[in-house]
Design a protein around this ligand. Structure first.
Ligand SMILES: [Zn+2]
Length: 269
């Protein structure tokens, strides 16, 4: 596997789901070995596990000088398309939510063109099995030839119940990227009452009511697929493609990041 960047700059704009603030984003090609780096109002934040500063509502990256909320869907899109090197300039502290999925990012990156840089990409073997239980989430990874993810969610809800699925690395983009951010109506009402989710709307989230969804599902297990997408985005912060079969039950951002740290320690140097 070889490192990749994009062929030309690409731009997007939209509102952040938490802040409601409008931001403009420019994806810029970068040299081999750069990794993914955000530049928030001129301050650089590397997209890695050392720069995760919050995982309560989204995965937030930051330094002492700047912070960036909700990078996970763009990160997932880049990982799905195997783009290793990119500088992402953004003029506000939250990335736009767009349609709530990673599909618009995937489309933007594909339109810009993914280019092979002819330098080996960091695929890393897993040296031992890894397991983490945290706050109701269970994660496992075992050594494998390539990366795959098996994911399960369990809800006590008439529409959802148990959903599970598994995907190989080369299927992530098409199978997971279109799955939208979702929320249960009670949670959404509580967030709005607290002045949160200011940019949330029916255009960028799937709302789950007791007996119906706010819009037609894009795939049969869309909530599950979105959880797997978030996991891919969070694990991309490892900065390498782990050759591992990963299992995640009820994953969430805090657990994803903690598991990513354990996984990184168990990878060959
Ligand atoms: Zn998400």
């Amino acid at each position: 596997m070889t490192q990749k960047t994009i062929a030309a700059q690409a731009c997007a704009e939209g509102v952040g789901i938490h802040s409601g603030r409008r931001s403009h984003v420019r994806l810029c090609p970068a040299a081999a070995g750069t990794g993914i780096r955000f530049r928030v109002a001129g301050v650089e934040i590397p997209a890695d596990l050392d720069h995760v500063v919050d995982t309560r509502r989204c995965t937030s990256l930051g330094t002492e000088a700047a912070r960036l909320d909700t990078p996970e869907h763009l990160l997932a899109a880049l990982f799905c398309l195997q783009v290793d090197n990119l500088v992402v300039e953004v003029d506000a502290p939250e990335l736009p939510i767009l349609d709530g999925s990673a599909a618009p990012w995937v489309e933007l990156i594909r339109q810009a063109g993914v280019v092979d840089m002819g330098v080996a990409a960091p695929v890393r073997r897993l040296l031992r099995e890894v397991r983490l239980e945290q706050g109701g989430s269970i994660y496992e990874a075992r050594p494998a030839d390539g990366l795959s993810i098996q994911c399960e969610v369990r809800y006590d809800h008439p529409l959802l119940g148990v959903q599970s699925g598994s995907w190989c690395d080369d299927a992530f983009a098409d199978a997971l990227a279109p799955a939208r951010t979702y929320g249960f109506i009670e949670e959404v009402e509580a967030l709005l009452a607290r002045g949160l989710a200011l940019g949330g709307s029916l255009d960028n989230a799937l709302i789950i009511y007791q007996d119906h969804y706010s819009s037609e599902l894009r795939m049969p297990q869309e909530p599950l697929c979105h959880k797997a997408l978030d996991l891919v985005g969070d694990l991309s912060l490892i900065g390498a493609r782990p050759a591992a079969a990963i299992t995640a039950v009820r994953p969430g951002h805090a657990g994803n990041v903690a598991f990513g740290r354990l996984l990184a320690q168990a990878l060959e140097p």
